[in-house]
Write a protein that binds this ligand. Structure first.
Ligand code: XUL
Ligand code: CO
Length: 438
């Protein structure tokens, strides 16, 4: 490659918790084995192209602030291709094994669809070269179906059938390039699949169109032999007032209703969970219980701000809860920890990109180790097991096996007179127990 974009930064190495070097990992030790797998295999860290290489630090009140010396600020193909080399230099120095992109983050839109596809091919060629050079892989690809003005009313849920057709053509192409790049997955985030007012919206028709669109994607995936996992990413609002894929439960219901449950898992994002009024652990549990826990977009919001701030995750409580649930459901297979997060507008120097990712990776490494220690200790799991022990034998077991109905239960209680006493939920004890490990 030409000159390095981060010449002063060497590969980020693990130096252990005592290190004071801000450009070293204190906890993420890629080859360290936890519960039989290396940290690298467990966490499958991924860098997002959109925030990290296209984020300009714009907000509704002000212009971009980011200093990105390698970027000439134009929409030229040459600039897009140069940016790819910078992205891979960054990811290689960070030891990130994966990345994720939207089609329009990596390549500029052309005059028409044909030219846009050609631009994408020209950049994919460089992505492929860089993947081969570095061994970094694509966690998932996705199509940006929300930024261009044609998608003002949505894409698959647009009132304009031509826009649905355009979106289909765009996703077809994006599936092809994701396949070509050996992507482990493909994400559908319904950027504007929702509404701002029901006065102008035929909700049932829009939902049917969305399902039709996803079925077409499933058919095409089979046709081209793409083996990657499809995911749907819930988010309740922003940009629309009400997004249809509002949370894990709403997505699962939609997938079941339209016969798509076997074809898509969930990609869950912390800040989206917050916006939906849930914790991330809740969303993971809902997906895990339904056998649909696929991947995560790792970030965090700000409790005082009601929008998608996409901050880097640094809370060890958060990462511990996430990793406890991920480990409970067997760990990632195709998915990973994808940092859908951006540096603050005030953190405008290139080096801030390193600080942000190092912090997120260390927070997840700690979460993983703490979760594994809690599991090894066994008291938390034993408490939950004991709490439900009335279901393991006697009347509880009979109910679970479907051996009794209302009449038998009435007879049982008439004989017994009163239910067995309850035991304490011991929330404070359990919170203290978790604190023993943090
Ligand atoms: C938006 C968001 C997206 C998806 C991919 O809030 O999370 O970046 O992850 O389209
Ligand atoms: Co996301």
């Amino acid at each position: 490659m030409a000159s390095a974009a981060f010449p002063q930064i060497k590969k980020i190495e693990y130096e252990g918790p005592k290190s004071k070097n801000p450009l070293a990992f204190k906890y993420y030790n890629p080859d360290e084995v936890v519960e039989g797998k290396t940290m690298k295999e467990h966490l499958r860290f991924s860098v997002v192209y959109w925030h990290t290489f296209r984020g300009r630090g714009v907000d509704p009140f002000g212009a971009g602030t980011m200093i990105r010396p390698w970027d000439d600020g134009t929409d030229s193909l040459k600039n897009a291709q140069r940016r790819v080399r910078v992205a891979f230099e960054f990811m290689q120095k960070l030891q990130a094994p994966f990345y994720a992109f939207h089609d329009r983050d990596v390549a500029p839109e052309g005059k028409n669809l044909r030219e846009t596809n050609k631009n994408l091919d020209a950049v994919v060629k460089v992505l492929k070269e860089e993947q081969q050079r570095t061994g970094i892989k694509l966690l998932w690809g996705t199509a940006c179906l929300f930024a261009h003005p044609r998608y003002v009313h949505g894409a698959a849920t647009s009132c304009n059938a031509d826009v649905f057709a355009y979106a289909a053509a765009q996703v077809k192409k994006c599936l092809e390039v994701t396949h070509e790049l050996g992507g482990a997955g493909y994400v559908f985030w319904g950027g504007r699949e929702g509404y701002s007012t029901l006065y102008n919206t035929d909700m049932k028709r829009e939902l049917e169109h969305l399902a039709k669109f996803l079925h077409m994607a499933v058919d095409y995936k089979k046709k081209i032999g793409f083996q990657g996992q499809f995911y749907i990413e819930p988010k309740p609002k922003e940009p629309t007032k009400h997004q249809y894929d509002s949370d894990a439960a709403a997505c699962l219901n939609f997938l079941r209703e339209y016969g798509l449950k076997d074809h898509l898992k969930l990609n869950l994002e912390t800040n989206h969970a917050t916006l939906a009024g849930h914790t991330m652990q809740h969303e993971l549990e809902v997906a895990g219980a339904a056998g649909a826990l696929g991947s995560i977009d790792a970030n965090t919001g700000d409790e005082l701000l009601g929008w998608d701030t996409d901050q880097f995750p640094t809370s060890v409580y958060l990462t511990t809860q996430i990793m406890l649930t991920i480990l409970k459901y067997g760990g990632f297979t195709t998915g990973g920890v994808n940092f859908d997060a951006k540096v603050r507008r005030e953190s405008f120097e290139p080096i801030d990109l390193f600080h942000a990712h190092i912090g997120g990776m260390d927070a997840f490494a700690r979460g993983l180790k703490i979760a594994a220690a809690i599991r090894k200790d066994g008291r938390l799991a034993e408490f939950v097991k004991q709490r439900y022990s009335s279901w393991d034998s006697g009347i509880g077991a009979k109910i679970e096996k479907g051996e009794v109905g209302f009449e038998e239960l009435e007879a049982y209680m008439l004989k017994k007179g009163e239910a067995a006493p309850n035991t304490s939920g011991r929330q404070e004890y359990l919170e203290n127990l978790i604190n023993e490990f943090i």
